[in-house]
Design a protein around this ligand. Structure first.
Ligand code: HEC
Length: 228
C-alpha cells in the first residue's frame, strides 16, 4: 500500500516536472510567435489576436480583433481551440482551414507554419499555462463572458445590445466572451446541444463572467448569479 502510494507520488512528480520542462521549451518556441501574438494578463491584440486563454476558446472569438472571415466562419461552425486542433492548425493554417470549412479557397490570415511536432506540443503546453481557470470571474470592462462550469459540453450564445453574436460549443471549463459593447449588460444563452431549441438565457452585466453551473431546460439552469 505504502509502496503504491509512494510510486504514484513519484510518478506525479515526474509528470509535473516533465510538464514544467515542456512549458519552458514552449516558452522558447513562443519567441517565433511573438512577432505577431502577445500573451499574459496585460496582452493586447497586434498583428494576431491575444493568445491568453486561447486553449478552450472558440476560434475567431477574441474581443476587438479583426479576424479573417474564414476564421470567423470556422468558429461559427463549431471550431474550438484545444491541444489537438491547435496542433493541426499550426502545421499549416491555410490547409487546416480548408479542411475544417470544406472550402478549397479558404485562406488563413496567419502566414506562418510550425512544422516540428515537438515544437508544436511544447508551445501548446506553454499556451495552456496561460489559460484562465473556469472560476476566474473578472473580465475586461467592456465585454462580458459566459463560462461553462458544468461537467458536460453545451452550446452557448452571447449577444450584445448592439446585436453582435458569438456562439459555439464549449467544453467544461471553457469560456466565451462578447464583442466589445457600449451597453452596461447583454444576454448569454445555453442550449443542450447545437440543435437544441430550448435553452436558458440570462442578462449579464458588462465586466462579469457568468458561470453556467448546471444545464436544465427553459430557464431552470443553475447560474453563478442565482446560486443559493
Ligand atoms: C506572421 C504573424 C504570425 C505568427 C508568426 C504567428 N501567428 Fe498565429 N495568427 C496570426 C494571425 C494574423 C492570426 C489571425 C488569423 C485569422 O484571422 O485568420 C493568427 C491566429 C492564431 C490562432 C487562432 C487564435 C484565435 O483567437 O482564433 C492561434 C491559436 C495562433 N495564431 C497561434 C500561433 C502560435 C502558437 C504561433 C507561434 C508558433 C503563431 N500563431 C505565430 C499571425 C501570426
Amino acid at each position: 500500500m505504502f509502496r503504491t502510494l509512494a510510486t504514484a507520488a513519484l510518478m506525479a512528480l515526474v509528470a509535473a516536472s516533465a510538464q514544467a520542462q515542456s512549458v519552458q521549451n514552449g516558452e522558447k518556441v513562443f519567441k517565433k510567435c511573438k512577432a505577431c501574438h502577445k500573451i499574459g494578463d496585460t496582452a493586447a491584440n497586434s498583428v494576431g489576436p491575444v493568445l491568453t486563454g486561447v486553449v478552450g476558446r472558440v476560434a475567431g472569438s477574441y474581443p476587438g480583433y479583426k479576424y479573417s472571415s474564414d476564421m470567423r466562419a470556422a468558429g461559427e461552425s463549431g471550431l474550438t481551440w484545444d491541444a489537438s486542433t491547435i496542433f493541426d492548425y499550426l502545421a499549416d493554417p491555410t490547409r487546416y482551414l480548408r479542411r475544417v470549412l470544406d472550402d478549397p479557397n479558404a485562406k488563413a490570415k496567419m502566414r506562418f507554419k510550425l512544422k516540428s511536432e515537438q515544437d508544436r506540443r511544447a508551445v501548446i503546453e506553454y499556451l495552456a499555462s496561460f489559460s484562465t481557470a473556469a472560476n476566474e470571474t473578472t473580465v475586461a470592462q467592456n465585454v462580458f463572458c459566459v463560462v461553462n462550469a458544468s461537467d458536460r459540453a453545451h452550446f452557448f450564445a452571447i449577444e450584445t445590445r448592439e446585436g453582435d453574436r458569438q456562439f459555439g460549443p464549449l467544453e467544461p471549463g471553457a469560456r466565451l466572451c462578447s464583442a466589445e459593447t457600449a451597453a452596461s449588460d447583454g444576454v448569454v444563452s445555453v442550449f443542450e446541444s447545437e440543435d437544441g431549441f430550448e435553452g436558458c438565457s440570462r442578462i449579464v452585466a458588462v465586466g462579469v463572467a457568468e458561470e453556467m453551473k448546471e444545464y436544465a431546460e427553459f430557464d431552470r439552469c443553475l447560474w453563478s448569479s442565482n446560486e443559493g
